[in-house]
Structures are given as C-alpha cells and as structure tokens.
Design a protein around this ligand. Sequence first.
Ligand SMILES: [Zn+2]
Length: 99
Amino acid sequence: MTYKLACPGCGERVSRQRAFLYPRLNDSCRACGTKFRVGTAGWIASLMVVTLDVLCYEACQKHLISRYLGIALVLLTCVAATWLLPYFAPVVRTSKATQ
Ligand SMILES: [Zn+2]
C-alpha cells in the first residue's frame, strides 16, 4: 500500500502523530512550504469511521451488544483508522511552495 498522506510537492510524509493530534483543514509542508489539504476520499473514509463508531454506540444503547464489546469495537476502529487512513487519504495541493 502506498502512504498517500504526503506532500504533493516533495513527497515528504505527514506523520500520523501530526495528522491526528494536530488536524488542520489546510496544512503546509515543513520541508518545502507547499500547502495542501486532505481530498474528498480522505473525508469520506474519515466519515465512515465516525459512522462505525456511532453504530457501535447505538448497538450498545439498544443492548444488541454488551457495553464492553462496544467499547472494544470503538477502540479497535480508532486504532485501525489511525493506522490505515494515511493509506486512503490522498492530499490535494492548494498552493505552490512559498519558500
Ligand atoms: Zn513538501
């Protein structure tokens, strides 16, 4: 799988820590200054993760699954999203390098 969460100008990867702990709508590359944002496919993938978490919560509320299974499924989807979303979230260049 190709790591798609990278600068479209120079190809430098955006770390998972930076992407998930400090999310921004528009980001700029630290190496070359190119500005970019996550594309539509990345937003759709992120919304799918949120939808899965909401479905787990609703299943717990309706006693379809146990509370512990619901917590485990939410944690599992969050870990899987952190690991997999950079492979399914291509970026779109919004402006050229400023440096
Ligand atoms: Zn760059």
